[in-house]
Design a protein around this ligand. Structure first.
Ligand SMILES: Nc1ncnc2c1ncn2[C@@H]1O[C@H](COP(=O)(O)OP(=O)(O)OP(=O)(O)O)[C@@H](O)[C@H]1O
Ligand SMILES: [Mg+2]
Length: 422
């Protein structure tokens, strides 16, 4: 028996609300509400009323399918309007005693003391590793002896107005925002293996309007960024290139699209009806692939540029893991591999059970990942120790106090050591 939590993934193209039970080894999906997104562009709110109406219907669908009433939720946040940096914080350990929670807390507070850009606020402070005197790269210093404790942390800051606007939309839909969680942290948590994170890896969540980037080095988050290009830009290019309405261009992309023209037979064609023409005309599939290839190559070049600017290019032996709806485009893996010159794979949520039919797709990595990562962050912050009483489950929880038992194994993956357990 795990804990029931709710995640609302607010994307440029879709709102996906999921009610699930996060268990030690998987997330059991109890209900899903999928709704086209309105009022969002490139990861930003453009119309509060339209967006909150979309959120509201997504939430109602999830309530109907799960039988749960949704009062609060973890909410996804795009990396647009987010800035991140690495900083370290130092604290002295007085006397000859073991490092305790307060020491760790003080070091974290010191790391957090960075100049915050005007209009921004700290969203996440993620400890990367600790150094205790001469010991570098300690995973958990608690219980060890030393005089000087240093923490290297990744600090993520989000624009306050973006947060407030999004919060307003969710609350207008009748749901309290438990916490915002950055998209690529969530999808990264869902699709990366610990071995990849330890070796050095980048996750690219290629959605409709944005591509969210997270770089993991030595087992922990190292860099986060966003590029304002996604699947919708590919569709726009097809619409312009072939003189088609956006909706037709979207279905042409889904039915015939390929990112790698080398894979397409030069004689293969498909029928379309361009604007202003009464008859169907034939288009070469390789021409469509050329249009797609140009945009997708540009996207990966922008990613490479971002990677070079942040100085992490040489540190990613495990390469790139592609996820997000647009990673489903055939040929994406090959173009990523060629342009970024690193190993590439496409990933979708694993370790899920229950109502999972449509969720087994890269488009839902963030949506599903929100539940598990949100709960882990709650436990890390000591916000949650037992099953939440304010949500009203249809059946009584039968293991209200047992969270440490079934999360023991799970938490070891994310937390420095077991003492963090409630
Ligand atoms: N089978 C597919 N082949 C190609 N593209 C696809 C496929 N399925 C979805 N897409 C594209 O994926 C994009 C949507 O991806 P996703 O659902 O991850 O975006 P989102 O979360 O709504 O947006 P964002 O994260 O950018 O705010 C759309 O542009 C859509 O065309
Ligand atoms: Mg998304």
């Amino acid at each position: 028996m795990g804990e029931i939590v709710v995640g609302i993934d607010i994307g440029t193209t879709k709102i996906c609300t999921i009610v699930g039970e996060v268990r030690a080894n998987d997330t059991y999906i109890l209900g899903v509400g999928l709704e086209p997104a309105r009022g969002m562009r490139k990861g930003m709110v453009t119309d509060v009323d339209a967006l909150s109406a979309s959120i509201s219907s997504s939430v109602h669908k999830a309530e109907r399918t799960s039988g749960y009433e949704i009062g609060r939720a973890f909410v996804s946040l795009s990396t647009t309007n987010v800035q991140s940096m690495n900083n370290s914080g130092v604290t002295g350990i007085s006397g000859t005693r073991e490092v305790d929670d307060n020491d760790v807390q003080r070091a974290m507070e010191a790391a957090r003391a960075v100049p915050i850009p005007h209009g921004y606020e700290v969203l996440h402070v993620v400890p990367r590793r600790y150094n205790l005197d001469d010991y570098v790269g300690v995973r958990s210093p608690k219980g060890m002896h030393g005089y000087r404790l240093e923490v290297d942390a990744h600090i993520i800051m989000a624009s306050s107005t973006s947060l407030r606007n999004l919060e307003k939309c969710v609350e207008k839909a009748g749901v309290y925002v438990d916490r915002f969680i950055l998209n690529p942290l969530t999808s990264g948590d869902m699709v990366l293996t610990q071995t990849e994170r330890d070796a050095g890896v980048m996750v690219l969540d290629i959605g409709g309007g944005t591509t969210d980037i997270a770089v993991f080095v030595e087992g922990a988050i190292w860099h986060t960024a966003a590029i304002a290009v996604g699947g919708q830009h590919v569709t726009n290019d097809i619409a312009h290139g072939l003189s088609l309405p956006f909706e037709i261009a979207e279905s042409v992309k889904l039915d015939f699209g390929h990112a790698d023209p080398r894979e397409i037979n030069a004689l293969e064609t498909f029928p379309v009806q361009p604007f202003g023409e009464e008859r169907l005309s034939k288009v070469k599939r390789s021409d469509l692939a050329m249009i797609i290839n140009m945009r997708v190559t540009e996207l990966f070049e922008l990613v490479l540029n971002e990677l070079q600017q942040s100085g992490h290019e040489a540190l990613l032996p495990a390469g790139v893991v592609l996820t997000g709806g647009a990673s489903l485009l055939p040929g994406m893996r090959a173009i990523a591999n060629r342009t970024l010159n690193m190993p590439a794979r496409v990933a979708q949520p694993e370790s899920i059970s229950g109502m999972t039919d449509m969720l087994r797709s890269p488009a839902f990595s963030t949506s599903v990942g929100l539940l598990r990562l949100g709960l882990i962050m709650d436990i890390e912050d000591n916000r949650r120790e037992t099953l939440r009483r304010s949500d009203r489950p249809p059946r009584p929880p039968n293991d209200a106090g047992g969270i440490s038992k079934f999360f023991g194994g799970l938490l070891k993956r994310f937390l420095p050591e077991d003492e963090h357990l409630p």
